[in-house]
Design a protein around this ligand. Structure first.
Ligand SMILES: [Fe+2]
Ligand SMILES: [Fe+2]
Length: 207
């Protein structure tokens, strides 16, 4: 018999990659007016939101992969809870892409599969390193979101509200992972992670 966790995991993967995702919280900036963006600015914003959506697809996969191999039940529960919060981010960015008339990355299945594998390997390294990896990922995401907030049009209050709310959550996830006993990763590892995320963000901007 196939274990329930495997079926649930597969169902989650399909929903993450093909959507739609449902938010458990209100969409940030929902009540704000849509900014009047020119065609080029609109396309640029949609591309940036596609990059952020891919980031959330990767976050889902990383968390799921880590939860699969986490040894300590407390760590596994925390990883699953954080993954549930990341579903909101997925839903918010998905919706914003649609509102801007953009499209999601065609490479989402590939992003998911590779991040899942990375998450599972991080989980195998033990909870201390796995949680350290998570904290570092979230810190890099916070820095990335700051860069996008600089690039986004100041008029686009709706997109900005989504990114600001995501940034707040990601910072909270980083702190939680450290509190659960995550270790600081070696510099080489952090540099490699930054390089890998650069490949992802650059590619996702176009496809
Ligand atoms: Fe997120
Ligand atoms: Fe996060």
């Amino acid at each position: 018999m196939i274990p329930d966790r495997l079926i649930l995991g597969f169902d989650r993967a399909l929903r993450t990659v093909f959507g739609p995702s449902r938010s458990s919280r209100p969409v940030p900036g929902e009540a704000l007016a849509e900014a009047e963006l020119g065609p080029a600015e609109r396309a640029e914003t949609a591309a940036l939101m596609r990059v952020n959506h891919v980031g959330e697809v990767c976050a889902q996969a990383l968390y799921q992969g880590q939860a699969l191999t986490a040894r300590n039940p407390g760590a596994r529960e925390a990883l699953e809870q954080a993954a549930a919060e990341e579903v909101d981010h997925l839903a918010w960015t998905e919706r914003r892409i649609a509102e801007l008339g953009g499209r999601r990355s065609v490479l989402n299945p590939l992003w998911y599969a590779s991040s899942y594998a990375i998450g599972a390997v991080a989980g195998l390294a033990g909870d201390r390193w796995s949680l350290g990896f998570l904290a570092e990922t979230e810190r890099q995401v916070v820095a990335h979101l700051d860069r996008h907030l600089h690039r986004l049009s100041h008029q686009d209050a709706k997109s900005r509200a989504v990114l600001v709310a995501m940034k707040r959550d990601e910072a909270k996830h980083a702190t939680a992972a450290l509190h659960l006993g995550g270790s600081e990763l070696p510099l080489a590892c952090r540099t490699l992670m930054r390089a890998a995320s650069r490949v992802m963000t650059t590619t996702a901007y176009w496809v």
